[in-house]
Design a protein. Structure first.
Length: 707
């Protein structure tokens, strides 16, 4: 109702009539008026009539104090009203009283006093963060460094509470906490940088670096840490085995429900029965997880309360010429502005950039993405150059000025996760003939890869090197056939076989085509030291992202590998190549990232995922993957191999197929470093010695006979 003044005014009429009616009821208590009075105040607040709202909130507060009712909400409402009028002394006063009413150990008058983390509730965390915001806003007016210090301290308490609450929530509800808390983490990061600039103390710079991680892919980090801890415990934790078995049954049941629901509408009792069993199993899983948390507090504390890795720890993991670029973007409702903080970590230095983004920046991103199309003409070409260069100026121009960088590991945030940085152009010079191939792309200058968190980077850079070389498994289930699936009419992928076969010429491989490329075979390959190439159809379900899937053999009862299944898999593969449409595209969850099929493989611990950002052209994809694996065979690392494969494709392509749509859809997420793959044994290695041995035997018998 916030944006509907007409409905708000109508609601207020009814609320006032209700208030009048209550006053005529004999013996009614004062507490019965509180909620109605508070709601009238809320209506006035949304209508922008601050003075009237304050009168009603004060009345509600007075009645709550007289009757012993919960009063923190009304203190908080009054504090917010004062803050909206830039009266931050009064805002802080009322927020402090609100905190005191929720935790009596927190002083009602000492602004330096904060509530106890162990008392964490959503309301307590919010009011502590709002108090910190008030300190920050007052600092922008009076520039008193004490406000920075007090505000940051309050923020850190609030963030500890938020992490505690996230620890207690289910997987499905964690992203909601991340979304609501995003601005709190951003402002704490901003204040840390302010304190570093004022004091020069490295502790604040390190704190800023840690904060840039804490509300970015928080759920992914929990999965990665949990999987690592579970591996270390092994058989010492029987509850892990029971949890895994429950999850497997739940996933199978979910797949069955999806299968029967659209096709068996005439017998809904089947789906209802399965759904009831699913609810029972999910309750059982929650009970098991809750019990495990209580009985194994150290395990879960290590998983959920890891605050990330200090600057110096990650700096040592970077290679010469390599930079990790960490973007943090947030919208501040208090001032109606979008902000961005960029932290660039190299072996030697941490560079920080802070900027205000224009209000239309999200529209500019959408416009830019619309110019990446298979249909090109002069207008599309000109629009692409302008939009691509605008993206460069928004998100990369400052970084491009840092000397000595040739490799980029990008940790993007919010809508930036949809961007292919490789196609940013550094100028708006237009080559003759509207030729996309001649533009100055970042892909010509930098090896670019992406990560989702510092935790992911730390894990793949510190993992023990495998002595055994990986085997390539290629899956192409739709070489000679298409499939009609619900509203989708999916055609055969004629070039998928050509995409996989060249790999088998270089590496020890097993190629599975059509019916052979089934889900069971794929699951077995996941358990091996392998490189997996999936050249198939992918379906992104924007309404229910967890039901997004990769299609395998449709002849089987369950011919789909769903995202919710991937999350629960234990995958031993070194790299997964997803040559299926939109596998890197998904639903954006603020504070978490893009929930996509590719993200599922990251949850499962795959170090490197090559994924797609749009419906790719299977012919150009096959060519680029051929070049990519040739480069790997020649000893290049994964990031360099993909960069060079793209550039080689651009150089050899026709003008019609040189647009970014054809070569930039595949991006590398995760480890861009070297990978060990078993080369195919050349038959000549065996044939030549045999022939030589035969020749020697013939000579031996010849001379023996002659003698």
């Amino acid at each position: 109702l916030k944006g509907s003044p007409v409905i708000l005014k109508e609601a207020m009429v009814y609320l006032k009539e209700s208030l009048e009616a209550k006053s005529k009821v004999p013996g009614i208590g004062k507490q019965d008026f509180i909620s109605v009075i508070s709601n009238i105040g809320t209506c006035y607040q949304y209508l922008g009539r601050t003075d009237s709202a304050r009168i009603y909130f004060q009345k509600a507060l007075d009645l709550s104090l007289q009757t012993g009712q919960e009063s923190s909400k009304f203190y908080g409402n009054l504090a917010i009203l004062w803050g909206n009028q830039d009266q931050y002394d009064l805002a802080l006063k009322y927020f402090q009283k609100a905190l005191n009413s929720l935790d009596s150990m927190c002083s009602a008058t000492d602004l330096g006093s904060n509530p106890r983390v162990e008392e964490a509730t959503s309301t307590l965390a919010d009011f502590t963060a709002f108090k910190a915001h008030s300190f920050q806003r007052r600092y922008t007016i009076f520039h008193d460094p004490r406000d920075l210090a007090e505000g940051l301290n309050s923020f850190m308490i609030a963030l500890e509470m938020i992490d505690t609450l996230r620890f207690l929530r289910s997987f499905e509800s964690k992203p909601f906490i991340s979304s609501e808390a995003k601005i709190h983490f951003f402002n704490a990061l901003d204040m840390s940088l302010d304190l570093y600039e004022r004091t020069g103390k490295k502790e604040y710079l390190n704190q800023a670096f840690l904060l840039s991680e804490r509300n970015k892919s928080a759920t992914l980090n929990e999965f990665l840490r949990s999987n690592k801890a579970r591996e270390a415990l092994g058989s010492l934790a029987p509850w892990i085995i029971y949890e895994d078995s429950l999850k497997e049954v739940i996933n199978n049941l979910k797949s069955e429900i999806i299968r029967v629901t659209p096709f068996n509408k005439t017998i809904p009792q089947i789906a209802d029965s399965l759904q009831n069993r699913l609810l029972w199993l999910e309750d059982n899983l929650k009970t098991t997880e809750t019990k495990a948390r209580k009985e194994n507090p150290d395990f879960f504390r290590n998983v959920y309360f890891n605050k990330g890795y200090p600057l110096d720890t990650l700096r040592k993991l970077l290679n010469p010429g390599e930079a990790m670029v960490d973007y943090t973007v947030a919208h501040n409702n208090w001032v109606g502005q979008d902000y961005m903080i960029v932290m660039v970590l190299t072996q030697d230095t941490l560079y920080t950039f802070r900027d205000t983004l224009p209000k239309q920046y999200k529209d500019d991103i959408r416009t830019f993405l619309s110019t990446i199309t298979s249909y090109v003409d002069n207008k599309v070409f000109n629009d692409f150059i302008q939009s691509s260069n605008l993206m460069y100026r928004y998100f990369f121009e400052s970084i491009d000025k840092i000397p000595g960088i040739s490799k980029l590991i990008l940790l993007t945030d919010e809508e930036l996760g949809f961007l292919p940085f490789e196609v940013f152009v550094t100028d708006t010079l237009k080559p003759k003939g509207s030729d996309f191939r001649k533009l100055h792309y970042l892909n010509r200058k930098y090896v670019i890869s992406y990560i989702s968190s510092h935790e992911q980077f730390h894990q793949f850079r510190t993992k023990p090197n495998r002595k055994e070389k990986a085997t390539v498994f290629g899956y192409a289930p739709f070489v000679d056939r298409g499939i009609r699936l619900d509203s989708f009419n999916l055609l055969p992928l004629d070039n998928s076989k050509e995409e996989i076969n060249p790999v088998s010429e270089k590496f020890r491989s097993r190629i599975l085509i059509d019916n052979q490329a089934d889900e069971n075979s794929l699951r077995r390959a996941f358990k091996k030291n392998s490189v997996i190439i999936l050249s198939t159809h992918g379906i992104m379900d924007e309404k229910n992202p967890m039901e997004s899937r990769l299609l395998m053999s449709p002849d089987q009862t369950d011919g789909s590998l769903y995202l919710f299944e991937i999350l629960s898999l234990k995958i031993n593969s070194e790299m997964v190549v997803l040559n299926a449409c939109n596998t890197g595209k998904g639903k954006l969850q603020p504070g978490e990232g893009i929930l996509s099929v590719a993200r599922g493989f990251q949850f499962a611990g795959v170090p490197t995922v090559i994924t797609t950002l749009w419906p790719i052209d299977d012919r150009s994809s096959a060519t680029i993957m051929k070049f990519f694996f040739q480069n790997l065979s020649n000893g290049m690392d994964q990031g360099q191999a993909l960069m060079q494969a793209r550039n080689r494709y651009i150089d050899q392509s026709s003008k019609a197929n040189g647009a970014p749509y054809f070569w930039a859809g595949q991006v590398l997420i995760g480890d861009p470093g070297p990978i060990l793959i078993q080369h195919r044994t050349d038959p000549l290695i065996f044939i030549v010695p045999i022939l030589l041995m035969g020749l020697l035997l013939l000579l031996f018998f010849y001379y023996k006979k002659k003698s």
